[in-house]
Design a protein around this ligand. Structure first.
Ligand code: PMP
Length: 354
């Protein structure tokens, strides 16, 4: 179904280095948790802009060019984002020669803002606590800018069908190809776990998985992960630090119910950041905070009644999406604060005594 390029030689531009990310065994965590299934991480920080959102930025922009919505030399790309879609868009705009303005809630990292500026984008910070429908929110400010700026276009990841479609075709295509060409006994997905921001990742992947089931694949369990403080998976609006997942409204691209998504699991900041550091420390994968949320959610699922049969099946393939890398969060307090326990005490004593 999906096209998967395997590049040889020289790429035409950075846009050809979007996606094509590896699916990596997490055996150390799997064994430490006493799981029998294959636990596999889709490491999206390998994509050229550093996140899962490069794919949708590229697809939304290219489709808008095809449809005449974006006109080179004229249009100004404006987008409300938690940063990663902005980085993907700013990168594409830099290459294609569009002006770009990103509205970004205050809580999002300095690393994202500085990278956006270096790619030539204007960054407008908005109050984190502004409700989505407030004129001061990232969405409200983007809409006001669009009204005032000639040629202003909002591609709108919250409603643009190319957001889930990018994952339906590319992200899913890569996972399916990786499994098919692996030495694993089973070649299909048994469970898929991903966080939801716009919901594009989980919705696009889930649709592709359900289509593969119509073609004969065994039924997979799709689990969405949502931070405490977001309404997507239930509960009240509140503040949390993890970036890129959770909202105070249901984006149109998110299809939150069965038969697509089977289950929602809530995670908090402490669980997410501990799991993020664990993936880095035990698997050598420098993933970001929402990857920690995804792993924490995956482990909760695998330890629940619903997940038990999968956890205990040595042929089951559990795929967890790791949306970005920790280089987006180096200056954040939660990352700067490294646990003493991760040091080798004996080595440390020797070093201190020198
Ligand atoms: N994690 C991070 C770090 C993100 O930037 C995003 C995008 N908002 C997500 C997870 C969630 O992806 P999606 O918007 O496809 O639900």
């Amino acid at each position: 179904m999906a096209s998967t390029h395997h590049w040889n030689g020289v790429l035409d531009s950075a846009l050809d280095a979007v996606g094509e990310t590896p699916l990596i065994r997490l055996d150390r965590i799997r064994d430490a948790e006493g799981l029998k299934c294959n636990l596999l991480g889709k490491a999206e920080f390998f994509s050229v802009g550093g996140s899962v959102k490069d794919r949708i930025a590229k697809r939304m922009l290219e489709q808008a060019e095809k449809n005449g919505i974006l006109i080179p030399g004229q249009s100004v790309v404006i987008e409300p984002t938690s940063g990663n879609t902005g980085i993907g868009l700013a990168l594409a705009c830099a290459i294609k020669g569009y002006k770009c303005i990103i509205t970004l809630p205050a809580k999002m990292s300095l690393e994202k803002e500085v990278l956006l500026r270096s790619l030539g984008a204007e960054v407008v910070r908005t109050p984190t606590e502004a409700a989505h429908d407030s004129p001061d929110s990232l969405i409200g400010v983007a809409e006001r800018l669009k009204e005032q700026i000639p040629g202003g276009v909002i591609l709108d990841q919250y409603s643009n069908p190319n957001n889930p479609l990018a994952h339906y075709y590319t992200t899913y295509g890569e996972i399916a190809y990786a499994l098919k060409t692996s030495n694993l006994r089973r070649k299909s997905i048994s469970a898929l776990i991903a966080g939801a921001g716009t919901g594009g990742t989980i919705t696009g992947l889930a649709r592709a998985v359900r289509d593969s089931e119509k073609d004969g694949a065994a039924r997979a369990t799709i689990v969405a992960v949502d931070p405490v403080g977001s309404i997507l998976g239930g509960g009240d609006v509140g503040m949390y630090q993890v970036e890129g997942i959770g909202y105070d409204f249901f984006p149109a691209v998110l299809d939150p119910k069965p038969p697509l998504i089977d289950e929602w699991i809530k995670t908090n900041d402490d669980e997410a950041f501990a799991a993020c550091k664990r993936i880095i420390r035990q698997e050598g994968l420098a993933v970001g905070g929402s990857s920690g949320s995804a792993l924490a959610g995956a482990l909760k699922f695998l330890k629940s009644e619903e997940g038990k049969a999968i956890a205990e099946d040595p042929t089951a393939n559990v795929v967890v999406v790791f949306p970005d890398g920790v280089r987006n969060y180096m200056s954040k307090e939660w990352f700067l604060k490294q646990e003493e326990g991760s040091r080798d005490a004996e080595l440390h004593d020797t070093i201190r005594g020198i």
